[in-house]
Design a protein around this ligand. Structure first.
Ligand code: FAD
Length: 501
């Protein structure tokens, strides 16, 4: 019999009252008495002991040697949010019991996959449900589908798919969790040909607030299956697995990194023109970097960087870029044909823990010349606080926009680019509030520029605590249905955090 069956909240209250009366400890329950009060531990249940039993000894408390490292979020802006315990989850049944424990003791909690939430939504002052033990990945050659347990990290998914010669739409950071990535939609260089990551989900499993382990697919629990495809992490329950269709890896793949440090405006205009007109087999990310006024005065240009993947030959890719290469000569060029998963290593973003903040908005067209001029001017005013700052654009469109916005919870189906104003701090600046304030103010002003030039919506996988209209920005016209599903499946709002539905 599980602890859940033996200890319910009502059971605790009723049993506790009876025990208190028997022991003559009225004050614990608000009764008048003058008798001596025995130690509270005589009647207060050993909640941590119960959790340790549920987790079969895996529980980590602050006294555990590995606790400090295990409790740390990826975004160190939230490192001061320390949980009371980290709870390694091994099975859906264990998760159901942990959720019951949280409800019984009214303990706040957060679910953690890879821990890369920009806004610290996977850490808590209560307990952290650490999904990392549930990381099994099974590829089925007959169906071409892969089943990924929800605690797996991107790197583990890459490794399994590499072995099978398959690919999906995935991100660039090996330590991002598969669950966080997929629940928010999931963008990557393959999305223009295969859709966002969640578009290829065929089934999933989730533990909901009532402790039920639910199978989701196009035939079962269809509302919830709709909601988890872009409805954002942590809203509806604890996801435990995802089953996705995969594709065979490309026979030829070209990857590239080019940097221009001269004629930025001309190069950016030409670069947006040729990538925007490029075929779906092109995936690209274009970044403009911040330069301090002091360096700008010395002639330092705003750098322009292209990171790209092209399913075709190096020659074809260079031909596609010919118009921009004719306008401005890159300062740095690295264009290679590589096997698919080696190419992904080339494109990788390590995702080491750090201090960062990102603000995103979707764009219905490539940035205009005026937009680029205005942002380049703003980037030349970067106060220099922190390690780096940039405005970068992920190329969207293609297959992403072929799915109707109401077909899944991922509503952003009419954009061509996703613009992101990013700021990264180093440890020294993170300790100086005035430096952080200056960086944020500069970032907010640039975000205002992006919005002025048509930026709309925001990517739920890049949560932004400063958005007041985040509901509309993340979910648009799908918000109403998401709220109805949330009310049905989580009526007491057990799964709650600052930007939960
Ligand atoms: C360096 C870096 C690179 C990135 N690159 C990309 C990219 O290329 N494409 C892209 O789309 N995104 C990218 N992201 C964003 C990333 O996808 C999101 O931040 C994602 O939510 C992180 O998932 P996680 O599991 O690592 O994080 P977590 O912080 O663990 O989880 C994120 C959210 O999901 C919830 N959650 C986690 N696991 C579960 C679960 N099993 N069930 C229910 N809820 C759960 C958490 O509670 C939290 O609210 C990147 C982020 C970083 C930091």
């Amino acid at each position: 019999m599980s602890d859940r069956a033996r200890v319910t909240r009502r059971g605790l209250l009723v049993g506790g009252a009876a025990a208190a009366t028997a022991l003559g400890i009225g004050p614990l329950l608000g009764q008048e008495t003058t008798s001596p009060v025995p130690a509270a531990s005589a009647v207060v249940p050993d909640r941590w002991g119960r959790l340790a039993r549920i987790t079969e000894g895996g529980l980590l408390r602050p006294s555990s040697p590995q606790f400090a490292a295990e409790a740390l979020p990826n975004n160190l802006r939230f490192e001061q949010v320390r949980p009371e315990a980290v709870v390694p989850c091994r099975t859906p049944q264990m998760i159901a019991e942990v959720l019951a424990w949280c409800q019984d003791y009214e303990m706040p909690f957060a679910i953690r996959g890879g821990g890369h939430s920009y806004t610290g939504f996977s850490t808590s002052r209560g307990v952290v449900l650490d999904m990392s033990p549930m990381n099994a990945i099974a590829y089925d050659a007959a169906s071409g589908r892969v089943r990924v347990a929800a605690g797996a990290l991107n790197a583990q998914v890459y490794e399994a798919l590499r072995g099978a010669g398959r690919m999906i739409t995935h991100g660039r950071c090996p330590t991002v969790g598969a669950a966080g990535f997929l629940l928010g939609g999931g963008i990557g260089f393959n999305m223009r040909r295969f859709g966002v990551g969640a578009d290829r989900l065929v089934a999933s499993e989730i533990v909901t607030a009532d402790g039920r382990v639910r199978a989701l697919s196009g035939d079962e629990e269809t509302d919830l299956f709709w909601a988890i495809r872009g409805g954002g992490g942590g809203n509806f329950g604890v996801s435990t697995s995802f089953t996705l269709e995969t594709q065979p890896v490309d026979a030829r793949l070209t990857v590239a990194r080019l940097v221009w440090r001269d004629k930025t405006l001309e190069a950016a205009k030409a670069l947006f023109a040729c990538t925007d007109a490029g075929p779906r087999v092109l995936g690209s990310r274009i970044a403009l970097g911040g330069v301090t006024p002091a360096l700008a005065a010395k002639g330092r240009q705003v750098p322009l960087t292209l990171l790209a993947q092209y399913a075709g030959s190096r020659e074809e890719f260079l031909a596609l870029l010919a118009p921009v290469l004719a306008v401005a000569v890159p300062d740095f060029t690295d264009v290679r044909e590589l096997a698919y998963w080696e190419a992904q290593h080339f494109l990788m973003e390590p995702g080491e823990p750090g201090w960062y903040r990102e603000r995103s908005a979707f764009l219905a067209s490539a940035p205009s010349e005026e937009f680029l001029e205005t942002t380049i001017e703003h980037l030349r005013q970067w106060p220099g606080t922190g390690a780096q700052a940039s405005l970068f654009f992920f190329q969207t469109g293609g297959q992403v926009n072929e799915t109707p916005p109401e077909a899944t919870a991922f509503v952003h189906r009419d954009s061509r680019w996703l613009g992101v104003v990013g700021a990264v701090w180093n440890a020294e600046d993170a300790a100086r509030p005035e430096a952080v304030r200056a960086a944020k103010a500069w970032q907010d002003a640039l975000y205002g520029v992006v919005n002025r030039f048509g930026g709309a919506g925001a990517f739920q996988n890049f949560p932004d605590a400063s958005l007041v209209d985040w509901r509309a920005r993340y979910y648009g016209a799908n918000l109403g249905r998401l709220e109805r599903i949330k009310a049905a499946v989580d009526p007491t709002n057990l799964f709650s955090f600052p930007q939960s539905i």
